[in-house]
Write a protein of this length. Structure first.
Lengths: 379, 403
């Protein structure tokens, strides 16, 4: 690659679209005004985009209300916002409620703990995204990070005041449900995928097929309902599993069924020769699986794995329906405060920005990875 | 004489030697059986433990079991229903049936609209117009990165913030949009309309026959008779003629404001509208990606060969590329249709009474959680299975027939 450029460094690289040196006008002609139809589309879309952009800037910036006065009792006086409604956004609701939305009812003075937990989660994602960490040590990093998060949130040790999970809420709940869901569902998913592929154990295969198809055939809500109303019936009298754990179990079961299919895709993509070679070496089933099959199969499925994780991240919002206080639910709770009731758009915009930030980063990463892995496979 | 000396293992031909099952850990078949017994036994034990606890809990809480509640009077108020329903008389069974119909109502319409919108956006992403390609890419990226539930709540709030019926937004004095939903005029259906509809079906059959005739004629003589005048006459002319002969009745039931609400016409409730809007725009983002990758999966040489034959861009897309792209598109499209149907259960969050919503009310009223959830799961499994079967049939229908 470097040799070809060093042979003739002065040669300009010819562009595919336009003759060299044509510049911006040629680009416009080629991409926006190529035919009369293209020109019409450009003009129509351009008009709409400009109109929308202007209206958006007027609403979100120029006409926006950034803060409101408070009464001596500490109640927000939202008359300014009411007057601006329709012409300007009321960002004062965010200024007033962002701590509640992000961290729920966690004790106000202790909210650095969920904040730190969120940062640990983000750090964990960043570390997992780096290819130099794709080794066995990653499992230890995950166990360590999730333990630290648990200690931070529950407290009770190291001089941290204990906080029961009834007070948890907001972004940490969303991240906990998604991340713990993935961490526990993944090993389960690998076992189910292996079981579904096993030829020796027909009864186990049937069991795995039933589990996967049953869960994938029904909506997540019904699994969550099952967890919230049926689990208490399953337990002996007097044993009570708390709400968060029940929802977490539902998310794990649901995630496991979907991840199992992703893992199965990776197992199927692996050439049969790998299994046969491992058999020829006299490896046992578990040696073969752990040292030959899984390291290769899992590497193949990392991009779809990230996409599935994005799905779970968004699906955690469904716990709103069974009454858990995740990020979206906290948004609704913040909106139930009488002075702010009519400013839902602003709150939804804020929530949307947070979700987009997480999902967009992950999907960008997944696509880049797909391209990278694709390149190495094409060679 | 020599028979006795032949090794018995060689006489069994090519089949693998069948050895007797040895009761030893070194026999793989024995191991397999032991493992299966252990695993199935473990699952059965856990299941038995749960069932045992459940029956004790149900007994101690005096909750009835079985599906007897389906025949009892429901008393659930239901806002919109495709079949008649009276909360004072009708049973839980009928209420749940209405829930199923409401789920199907939003799913079927949603699948059709999402397919249309998604295909348009997917093709738009491949547009040579830079602005069009960017804008559709932005749509796909944004809509797919926002949780559906957030989008549904957002749309529902917007629809609720619309003006009251008194100040409803009107389009041409016949369609009204207010916080009570979308009011549309309806046609008073008469015999002439049924007759015109039948004439349209007959016209379609005639057009098909004429098209077939034209194709055969073209194959025989190379000369293709014009199809469009006949098609126009049969598809538009014939129904119009039938309708005019029968007196051309056209009385529209236009919604009009009486007191605090509209009378006449038909209403699309804000709940249904918000759910449909959210499901369609969200799923269209995914369908757009499927359509785009499907079209891109068709080799570039197909485009070049078609343009070398002198076909126009639209004709290439319709005649050459889409039929080939469909084979790539259908399997992932099936799972999107399934997702849309399953996602319609989010209706419970905005108060549209679909199956999950009504089943949830039922299990709260009767306390029969297990039966309620069993109904939900059974219905969704049936729907999922039906969609999969249909799409598999369609997939086999369009699959490339190779020698």
């Amino acid at each position: 690659m470097s040799t070809s450029t060093s042979v003739a460094p002065s040669l300009p690289i010819p562009s595919r679209d336009a003759p060299p040196g044509a510049g911006a006008v040629a680009w416009l002609k080629e991409n926006l005004f190529a035919t009369w139809l293209s020109t019409a589309v450009t003009l129509a879309l351009g008009y709409v985009i400009v109109r929308v952009a202007v209206a958006l800037v007027e609403w979100a910036v120029l006409g926006a209300v950034w803060s409101v006065p408070y009464s001596p009792a500490g109640i927000a006086q939202t008359t300014v916002c009411q007057n601006a409604k329709g012409s300007g956004a009321c960002w004062a609701v965010i200024a007033d409620k962002y701590r509640l939305i992000l961290f729920g009812r966690y004790p106000y003075d202790e909210q650095w703990r969920p904040a730190l937990a969120v940062l640990i989660f983000i750090g964990l994602y960043a570390v997992s995204a780096m290819r130099r960490f794709w080794r066995e040590e990653l499992i230890l990093i995950w166990i360590g990070a999730l333990t630290v998060v648990g200690v931070l949130m529950w407290g009770g040790v190291l001089g941290l005041a204990p906080v029961t999970d009834d007070f948890w809420g907001g972004l940490p709940i969303t991240l906990i449900l998604a991340t713990f869901g993935l961490a526990f569902a993944f090993p389960l998913a690998i076992l189910v995928a292996l079981g579904r592929r096993s030829t020796q154990l027909p009864a186990v295969r049937m069991l795995c097929v039933m589990f996967v198809e049953l869960i994938r055939g029904v909506p997540l809500i019904s699994v969550l309902f099952m967890a919230s109303v049926m689990f208490p019936l399953f337990m002996p009298a007097g044993v009570n599993i708390d709400k968060l754990l029940r929802a977490q179990i539902a998310v794990i079961l649901f995630a496991a069924a979907y991840l199992a299919e992703v893992v199965r895709g990776g197992l199927q993509a692996l050439p049969k020769g790998q299994t046969e070679a491992a058999d020829a070496l006299g490896l046992s089933y578990w040696q073969k699986t752990a040292f030959v099959i899984l390291p290769q199969a899992l590497r193949l499925v990392i991009p779809p794995l990230v996409n599935t994780f994005i799905g779970f991240f968004k699906d955690t919002t469904l716990v709103l329906i069974v009454g858990l206080f995740d990020l979206l639910t906290m948004g609704k709770v913040a909106l139930s405060d009488p002075p702010w009731q009519s400013f839902s758009t602003e709150v939804y915009v804020m929530l949307g920005v947070i979700y987009i930030a997480f999902c967009y980063a992950m999907s960008r990463y997944s696509r880049g990875l797909e391209r990278e892995l694709g390149v190495s496979q094409r060679r | 004489m020599s028979d006795a000396t032949i090794d018995p293992r060689l006489t069994s031909g090519r089949a693998a030697p069948k050895r007797a099952l040895r009761l030893s850990w070194s026999d793989p078949r024995f191991r397999a059986i032991v493992w299966q017994v252990v695993i199935l036994g473990g699952v059965a034990a856990v299941a038995w433990y749960f069932i045992n606890n459940t029956s004790q809990n149900l007994a101690s809480r005096h909750i009835a079991t079985g599906f007897g509640f389906l025949d009892r009077t429901a008393g659930i108020p239901i806002g919109e229903s495709l079949i008649s329903y009276n909360p004072a008389e009708d049973t839980y069974g009928r209420a749940l049936l209405i829930g199923v119909l409401n789920t199907l109502k939003v799913s079927v319409v949603g699948v059709v609209l999402a397919t249309i919108l998604g295909t348009l956006i997917g093709v738009g992403r491949l547009s040579k117009n830079w602005l069009m390609a960017r804008l559709t890419a932005f749509y796909v990226e944004t809509l797919r990165d926002l949780p559906l539930l957030l989008q549904l709540l957002f749309w529902y709030t917007i629809l609720q913030d619309l003006p009251a019926p008194r100040d409803a937004m009107s389009i041409g004095g016949a369609v009204y949009l207010s916080n009570r939903g979308l009011k549309l005029p309806t046609l008073d259906w008469e015999f002439a309309h049924t007759a015109a509809l039948l004439a349209l079906i007959a016209g379609a059959a005639g057009t098909w026959l004429w098209n077939r005739h034209a194709r055969l004629r073209q194959e025989a003589t190379g000369e293709r008779p014009a199809v469009w005048p006949v098609a126009l006459g049969l598809l538009a002319g014939l129904p119009l003629l039938v309708w005019a002969v029968l007196g051309a009745p056209s009385h529209w039931d236009v919604p009009a404001l009486h007191g605090f609400n509209f009378q006449g016409g038909t209403n699309i409730s804000p709940e249904y509208f918000a759910l449909l809007l959210g499901l369609v725009t969200y799923t269209a983002g995914y369908i757009a990606e499927i359509v785009r990758s499907g079209i891109q999966a068709v080799p570039w040489g197909q485009w070049e060969a078609a343009s070398a034959l002198g076909l126009k861009r639209g004709a290439i897309l319709r005649r050459i590329v889409l039929p080939q792209a469909l084979r790539v598109i259908i399997p992932p499209m099936t799972s999107q249709y399934l997702n849309l149907t399953k996602n319609s259960s989010l209706a419970v969050a905005i108060g549209y009474q679909d199956l999950v919503s009504i089943a949830n009310t039922t299990l709260n009223q009767t306390g029969q959680a297990i039966e309620g959830i069993a109904v939900i799961m059974a219905v969704y499994l049936t729907i999922s299975l039906s969609i999969s079967l249909f799409m598999n049939w369609y997939n086999a229908h369009i699959a490339l027939v190779e020698r």
